[in-house]
Design a protein around this ligand. Structure first.
Ligand code: ZN
Length: 428
C-alpha cells in the first residue's frame, strides 16, 4: 500500500509480465487502428510478432516530434471518431502544432494519474487546490482540475495571471495547495512577502511543474511561501502534466509504470542506455487509446534511478529533469548539460546560482572556464578553496576539469535567457 493510491498497487498491473501483456496489446491496437504506425512500421519493416519481452521494445523505431507535426491535424488518431471526446494541442511556436485526440478512457487515466500525484504529495479530500496553469488547448489546467475532482478536493480554477485576484482567493478561500509553474510560484511568493501576508496564507504544498528549476530557486519558493514543493512532470504528447512526481523524500520522480514505459537513450546515437545513465527520456504509452505513442523522444534529459525509493512507493523513479537535449555543450568529447552544472553548484556551499561558461580552443585543446559568483570573493584564500572544490565536483560529477574564476556576488550580468551563460569562442 502506498499513499499515492488507496488500493493495493498489486491490482494496478505493474509487474514485468503484466506490462509485457500491455505492450503487446498496444502493438496489436496500433496495427489495427493507427494509420500513423501502420505506415511507419511498414516503411521500417517491423514485424510486431518479434516483440515478446519489454526489452524487445528497442527493436521498434523511435517516434519524433517532427513526425507528430507532420501528422497534423488528426493523423495520430488510432480509434474511430465516436470514441474521441476531446483534443489537446502542444504549442506551435515552430511549425505545425501537434494535436492529440483523447478517448473517455484516456481522460480518466490522466485524471487518475494526477490524483495519485496529489496523494503522493500528501493531499486529501480536505484540501483546496488553487490551480494557476492555463485552461484550454494546452493540457495543464484541466489536468490539475480533473485530478483534484477525482481526489475529492476543492479545485479553485484560477488559470494564469491576475495576481491581485489570486492573492484574494488564496486568503479568502484558505487554499492549502498551489498548482503552478516555478516562475509564477516565485512571483506569487515575492508579492506575498512584499505585502507581509506570509502569516495569513494557509498554503502547505506546491505542485510545481512545466519548467526546469534550480534547487536554489526551489529553496526560495519553499522558504518564502512556507511550503513543501513537489516537482511534477508531463508533456502534452503524453497525456499532460501528472505522469511523474517526486515524493516527500525529493530524491527523483516516481512515474506511473502501469500506464507508461520509460527508457533512456543516447540523444546522439539513439542507442538504449543502462539504468542510472544520463540521457534522453523516451516514453511508450502502454494503455493510451486516442493517440498512443511508441518510443516517443521527449528531448528531456534524465536517468532512470535503479534502486527502489526509501519512501516505500513501489513505482519506479527517474532523476529530476536536467534540461533539454538541445542545450548540450560538448567539451573535450564530453556532453555537458546546464542541469548538471546547477547540480555541481548546489553541492558547494557559499556559491551562488549565477555563473558563466567560457569555452576556448587553443592549439586544438578545449578549455572550459567557469566564472561564478561566490560570497566573500575578496578573500583570496576563500576563492582558492572554493575553486578547488568546484573543480573537484566538476571532475567527479561530470567528468571534465574546469578553470574556475570566482567573482563577487552581483558581478555577472543578469539575463532572462540562459543561453547567455555560455560563451563559446571555439569557432573563431
Ligand atoms: Zn519515493
Amino acid at each position: 500500500m502506498c499513499n499515492c493510491h488507496e488500493i493495493d498497487v498489486r491490482d494496478l498491473g505493474i509487474s514485468v509480465e503484466e506490462r509485457t501483456v500491455k505492450l503487446k496489446d498496444l502493438l496489436q491496437r496500433v496495427m489495427q487502428g493507427s494509420p500513423f504506425y501502420q505506415e511507419k512500421f511498414r516503411r521500417e519493416g517491423i514485424d510486431i510478432g518479434q516483440i515478446n519481452t519489454l526489452q524487445d521494445i528497442t527493436k521498434l523505431p523511435l517516434t519524433t516530434k517532427e513526425e507528430l507535426r507532420d501528422a497534423y491535424p488528426l493523423g495520430l488518431q488510432a480509434v474511430p471518431d465516436e470514441k474521441i471526446v476531446r483534443i489537446h494541442s502542444s504549442s506551435g511556436t515552430t511549425g505545425s502544432p501537434v494535436i492529440i485526440p483523447y478517448t473517455k478512457n484516456d481522460v480518466e487515466v490522466w485524471a487518475d494519474m494526477m490524483m495519485r500525484c496529489y496523494r503522493l504529495a500528501g493531499l486529501t479530500d480536505q484540501d483546496r487546490i488553487q490551480i494557476t496553469p492555463g485552461y484550454g488547448l494546452w493540457t495543464a489546467g484541466i489536468g490539475f482540475q480533473a485530478g483534484a475532482e477525482r481526489l475529492g478536493a476543492m479545485a479553485v480554477p484560477m488559470g494564469p495571471g491576475n495576481t491581485e485576484k489570486q492573492l484574494q482567493m488564496m486568503l479568502d478561500l484558505k487554499s492549502t495547495a498551489l498548482a503552478s509553474t516555478s516562475s509564477y510560484a516565485l512571483l506569487l511568493a515575492e508579492e506575498i512577502s512584499k505585502r507581509d501576508l506570509k502569516d495569513k496564507i494557509n498554503l502547505k504544498v506546491g505542485i510545481i511543474g512545466s519548467e526546469r528549476w534550480s534547487p536554489k530557486m526551489r529553496a526560495r519558493i519553499e522558504d518564502e511561501l512556507g511550503i513543501d514543493t513537489y516537482d511534477i512532470f508531463g508533456l502534452t504528447e503524453i497525456y499532460g502534466p501528472g505522469i511523474a512526481l517526486d515524493c516527500s523524500l525529493h530524491d527523483g520522480l516516481h512515474y506511473w509504470s502501469d500506464h507508461l514505459l520509460f527508457e533512456v537513450i543516447d540523444p546522439v546515437t539513439g542507442e538504449s542506455l543502462p539504468d542510472g545513465t544520463l540521457g534522453e527520456l523516451v516514453i511508450t504509452t502502454l494503455t493510451k487509446e486516442g493517440a498512443p505513442l511508441i518510443r516517443y523522444r521527449t528531448r528531456d534529459l534524465t536517468r532512470i534511478l535503479p534502486e527502489p525509493c526509501k519512501c516505500g512507493c513501489p513505482f519506479p523513479r527517474i532523476d529530476r529533469l536536467l534540461g533539454r537535449t538541445d542545450d548540450r555543450i560538448k567539451i573535450k568529447g564530453v556532453n555537458v548539460y546546464p542541469g548538471q552544472i546547477e547540480d555541481v553548484i548546489h553541492r558547494v556551499e557559499g556559491v551562488s546560482s549565477e555563473y558563466q561558461i567560457i569555452l576556448e580552443r587553443d592549439a586544438g585543446r578545449d578549455t572550459m572556464f567557469f566564472r561564478v559568483e561566490i560570497e566573500h570573493a575578496d578573500d583570496l584564500e576563500n576563492c582558492r578553496v572554493k575553486a578547488k572544490k568546484l573543480d573537484k565536483a566538476f571532475q567527479d560529477l561530470i567528468g571534465v576539469s574546469v578553470e574556475v574564476e570566482c567573482v563577487a556576488m552581483g558581478a555577472l550580468p543578469r539575463s532572462e535567457k540562459k543561453s547567455r551563460r555560455v560563451i563559446d569562442n571555439r569557432e573563431m
